[in-house]
Design a protein around this ligand. Structure first.
Ligand SMILES: Cc1cc2nc3c(=O)[nH]c(=O)nc-3n(C[C@H](O)[C@H](O)[C@H](O)COP(=O)(O)O)c2cc1C
Length: 160
């Protein structure tokens, strides 16, 4: 897939005003939102960059996390407008970013959880793959998470 265009001032203005816009970036945002609305599950495979999500993933979030489209603003706060669905996030990092072995902060996990929850998506699972060669345990965990994400009925025994 082509890299997403950086956000422009016109786009920022278009999504914060109620007037209709023919800005191509708004059309791109609608396209990405359409993909998100249509999917039954979302697989995010991402590196950690400087303790957080990489710029490319942040840009995708900036295109889909939109007032009036994926969330509404109510007196008590923001309310998600998208249907909940399973999300599997595979996180690659140079060294551990969660657990006892972590020697760095992890802003990626809470940020992504919050961004998705604002849109109404809460069913999120993370698998972490740190280091040059992920451990056998991490790979087994990834395999298990991928199978249950792709074929949920295999684990619940619904299917032979
Ligand atoms: C700009 C940049 C920032 C990075 N920041 C971190 C970081 O904060 N923590 C970390 O553990 N690894 C960091 N890394 C390492 C990457 O997460 C790691 O190299 C990458 O996930 C390896 O993925 P790959 O082997 O699938 O290409 C960074 C890498 C780059 C290029």
């Amino acid at each position: 897939m082509e890299a997403l265009a950086p956000l422009s001032a016109q786009y920022a203005q278009a999504i914060t005003s109620s007037a209709p816009s023919d800005d191509p970036a708004v059309a791109l945002s609608e396209h990405l939102l359409g993909e998100l609305e249509a999917c039954d599950g979302l697989l995010i495979s991402t590196p950690m960059h400087n303790f957080a999500v990489p710029a490319a993933l942040k840009l995708w979030i900036d295109y889909v996390l939109r007032k009036g489209r994926s969330f509404a603003v109510k007196p008590d706060g923001k309310v998600g407008l998208l249907r909940d669905r399973p999300v599997l996030v595979l996180v690659r990092s140079g060294s551990p970013c969660v657990g006892d072995a972590a020697r760095q902060p992890d802003f990626l996990t809470p940020y992504l959880l919050h961004a998705l929850s604002v849109m109404g998506i809460h069913n999120v699972q993370f698998v972490y793959l740190p280091g040059l060669s992920p451990t056998t345990e991490a790979l087994a965990q990834t395999r298990h998470a991928l199978i249950s994400f792709l074929v949920p009925s295999r684990l619940t025994g619904d299917r032979p």
